[in-house]
Design a protein around this ligand. Structure first.
Ligand code: ATP
Length: 343
């Protein structure tokens, strides 16, 4: 029998109903699969695009309006508790006792969950806080606080770690440390789902990504696939007579534009069409001095993709009846509440 995917979201829709205000369609037709242990799946989207809502559905903290959300084959909406021992999560602001040390905060969480004290040493060491374990939580930098929250989520040695915006508010050094930490956790064999609106940062740590915008799935796949689909790769040509080259390429239906660097032209074709560029120029009697493919950053691809995104969704009338409690009571789908850490 084939094992169920670690995370499987199918056709997820979540509508928040609000008193005397229009409904908010936070997530619409979302599919997401995280299938492989030891990999990092990036969940990307601008602020307000529905990432936290999706993660809360995944953790059984709120009830989807429709669609299927499964973790290790377990329906999160009805039975997340069955998957919970295999899942660690850091969602929104980690809550810790400010006057207690990092170690004491973790020890309390371990006690509550019936986890051996030795695990506290293990997770402190993973997140690089062993040396500062006796300092009070309030004296930690933001990066250290985030790392302590990840340590809390790692206490039960989960197979799946879900991190909602772990790089939020960190400076470049903190973000770099966070990247190294996420990668090392994946290398231990854990699957990591990490959400971010900081595209440039996540690009370096993810094996594959899902991009959403205004609640809608825009694209998913490996980084190479995303870049290719977004058509954001370019070919850069070095050539003596740029203006003539632009004319020759334009006559063959290929757009090119000069770059600030002398002799460089950016040609709007995918990298796998670079031989066409060479041929067109040679047929026009022009010989290039250099040619290389310039890989788009994921950010460029993301902008390309979300530029074509659909307008903000609006809920059809009457769609909200079953969700009236959501906005008011922040409903819990499987009878549990979120603590911010170690869900
Ligand atoms: P951010 O990165 O800013 O946290 P996000 O991608 O995580 O954004 P969500 O927090 O899921 O996005 O929000 C998606 C949409 O749903 C937003 O328009 C938000 O205002 C709305 N929303 C979220 N929670 C609620 C709620 N409890 N009631 C009403 N609307 C909500």
């Amino acid at each position: 029998m084939t094992a169920a995917p670690i995370v499987e979201i199918r056709d997820l829709r979540k509508v928040y109903s609000r008193m005397r205000k229009d409904d908010v369609v936070a997530v619409e037709r979302l599919d997401l699969t995280l299938g492989t242990p030891g990999t990092v799946h990036g969940f990307l989207g601008p602020n307000g695009s529905g990432k936290t809502t999706t993660i809360r559905c995944l953790l059984g903290l709120i009830r989807p309006t429709s669609g299927a959300v499964r973790v290790f084959g377990v329906d999160s909406t009805t039975s997340f508790h069955l998957a919970a021992p295999r899942v660690g999560a850091m969602v929104e602001n980690p809550k810790m006792f400010p006057n207690f040390s990092g170690r004491r905060n973790l020890s309390l969480l371990a006690d509550m969950a019936g986890i051996a004290k030795s695990e506290v040493d293990r997770v402190l060491s993973i997140v690089g806080l062993s040396e500062r374990d006796g300092d009070s939580f309030e004296s930690y930098s933001l990066g250290m606080k985030q790392r302590l929250a990840i340590a809390a989520a790692l206490l039960k040695n989960p197979e799946l770690l879900i991190l909602d915006e772990p790089a939020n508010g960190l400076d470049p050094a903190g973000i770099a440390e966070m990247r190294i930490l996420i990668r090392s956790i994946a290398e231990e064999g854990k699957a990591v789902l990490v959400s971010s609106h900081q595209l440039a940062e996540i690009e370096q740590v993810c094996d594959d990504v899902t991009i959403i915008h205004q609640g809608n799935l825009i694209e998913s796949g490996t980084l190479d696939q995303i870049r290719r689909h977004a058509g954001a790769d370019n070919v850069v040509v070095e050539i003596e007579n740029r203006d003539a080259a632009i004319t020759v390429l334009a006559a063959a239906g290929v757009q090119a534009r000069p770059r600030p660097a002398e002799r460089e032209l950016v040609v709007d074709v995918d990298a796998d069409r670079s031989s066409d560029v060479t041929r067109i120029l040679a047929e026009g009697g022009m010989y290039l001095q250099g040619l290389y493919a310039e890989r788009a950053t994921l950010e460029a691809a993301f902008l390309n993709l979300t530029g074509a995104a659909p307008p903000p969704p609006t809920a059809p009338p009457g769609d909200s009846a079953q969700n009236d409690a959501d906005y008011i009571a922040d409903d819990t789908a499987s009878g549990q509440t979120g603590t911010g850490v170690a869900s």
